[in-house]
Design a protein around this ligand. Structure first.
Ligand code: FFO
Ligand code: ATP
Length: 181
């Protein structure tokens, strides 16, 4: 896979992301997707750099909510229960402190730089979510929901063997089901 192409697509998507979109519509679409999953452990994320904001869904969720923590390069993320407390991680992330219990999410809201209609995703290039989804799916099925502004759509993302697909993509313009035509 051509790393330059992927890097160029990532830059393009991140630039587009700065335009943002309709936050109320985005929150409404995410709420609709999560409605049948209120009893499941949900992983959100703490938005940064203009990422679409999953926090309204995290607040509304009935079952426990957790946030990703980077343990180190090339390691899967772990998830700690979110109880309102946060500390600053490397790379500008915010995550729950170490005394918060580790949880295994069943539903994940996944941040992204860009997505395509086949459910492929471009992140920041660390492979964190690929490793994480692979590890979680090796144990039990999870629902991975990509959250993005519609302007982050990329026509075609080059797929690598380690890429873990998204089950659903929620944007401010709608709900996409990548598996279906
Ligand atoms: N809000 C949020 N939280 C998240 C993620 C995310 O994408 N969004 N992650 C999703 O994985 C994990 C953090 N991963 C990150 C990976 C790289 C960079 C980053 O700043 N990369 C630099 C390049 C660093 C380097 O290679 O030296 C960059 O993009 O400029 C930030 C977060 C866990 N938490
Ligand atoms: N399960 C895995 N095992 C080993 N290497 C992996 C795995 N998943 C991803 N990688 C490697 O990680 C690197 C970065 O992957 P990729 O460019 O897909 O990251 P990304 O999806 O943009 O980032 P992120 O998931 O952190 O937001 C790639 O070189 C890829 O080969």
């Amino acid at each position: 896979m051509d790393p330059d192409l992927k890097a160029a697509l990532r830059r393009e998507a991140l630039t587009a992301r700065r335009q943002g979109g309709d936050d109320a519509a985005l929150a409404g679409n995410l709420a609709q997707v999560l409605a049948p999953h209120g009893d499941k452990v949900l992983a959100g994320y703490w938005p940064m750099r203009g990422e679409a904001d999953p926090r309204p869904a995290m607040v509304a969720h009935a079952a426990p909510v957790c946030l990703p923590v980077v343990l180190g390069p090339a390691r899967p993320l772990v998830f700690r229960r979110y109880d309102g407390r946060l500390e600053t991680g490397s790379f500008g992330t915010s995550h729950p402190p170490p005394d918060c219990p580790e949880l295994q999410p069943q539903v994940l809201i996944v941040p992204l730089a860009g997505y395509d209609l086949a459910g492929n995703r471009l992140g920041y290039g660390g492979g964190f979510y690929d490793r994480t989804l692979q590890a979680l799916r090796a144990v039990s099925p999870v629902l991975a929901i990509g959250l993005a502004y519609a302007v982050q759509e990329i026509r075609l993302i080059p797929v690598e063997p380690t890429d873990e697909p998204l089950d659903l993509i929620v944007t401010d313009r709608g709900i996409l089901h990548p598996g279906e035509k």
